[in-house]
Design a protein around this ligand. Sequence first.
Ligand code: C5P
Length: 275
Amino acid sequence: MDDVAIIRACAKVNLVLRVGPLRPDGYHELVTLIARLSLADILLIDRAERTTVSCPGLPGGDTLVTRALELLCESAGSDGGFHVHIDKRIPHGAGLGGGSADAAAALRFANELLPTPVIPAELVRIAAAIGSDVPALLHDEATLCRGRGEQVEVLGELPRAYVALAHPGRPLATRDVYRRYQPEARPLPAAIALPQTLDELAALIENDLAVPAEQLEPACAELRLGLLEAGARTAAVSGSGSVVFGLFATEQEAEGAIANLAGAAWKTTSTLGAR
Ligand code: C5P
């Protein structure tokens, strides 16, 4: 285990998530602005004869990482594999992209360890085969994503901000939330500019999946209102939930809000941006 590398797989929040109609392939057309968080899973990774993943606390281990690394080795024509140990800190079924972030971080790092790494476009193809938000999570910066999420444009660094994260204790399944979503008539935005200030950032935040997520898990609405009462600039469900995030200017404000928030089974604060 001499060559074990330690890497961080940062969580994400969807600052904007606009969802269009259902496509014939079973996915929805969307436009989303994704930001990374300092909250991260820790991965220990080294080369092995075949790919194995251990992930205490996640029943059945982490299948996304296993599949991603198997596809990578196959594509690179490599006989060997990797061993990955995941120390889970990002809650599961939360809309924080935990499993996708682990897969993206493992892909990015493992590719560099291969004798003949795959080209960037192939890494993106493999990432998209694993999940719609995995290509975006190959990047540390904020990204604007289209299509089913796999068409990624890197926007850059966001203004400094802090989030308070609150989980009601019950995960939501992405598929269930999308299935309940009723597409609106208004068109998807053609572009979203990178916000330059905290006020611009707060004004942007919206999530089309908030309505179905809050219908399926009413505690999400209570947590959102609780964060707003505690002084959040704005608060919203992240992705398909069930985590709700509140936006704050300072770490102290975020921590103060979380300390007094009732009804959360899990809560923490985090910096906006992978750090
Ligand atoms: O791509 P991923 O496996 O992460 O998607 C999980 C589920 O979320 C899909 O099976 C689909 O039901 C839903 N989804 C969707 N439209 C998207 C992304 C995901 O309907 N753009």
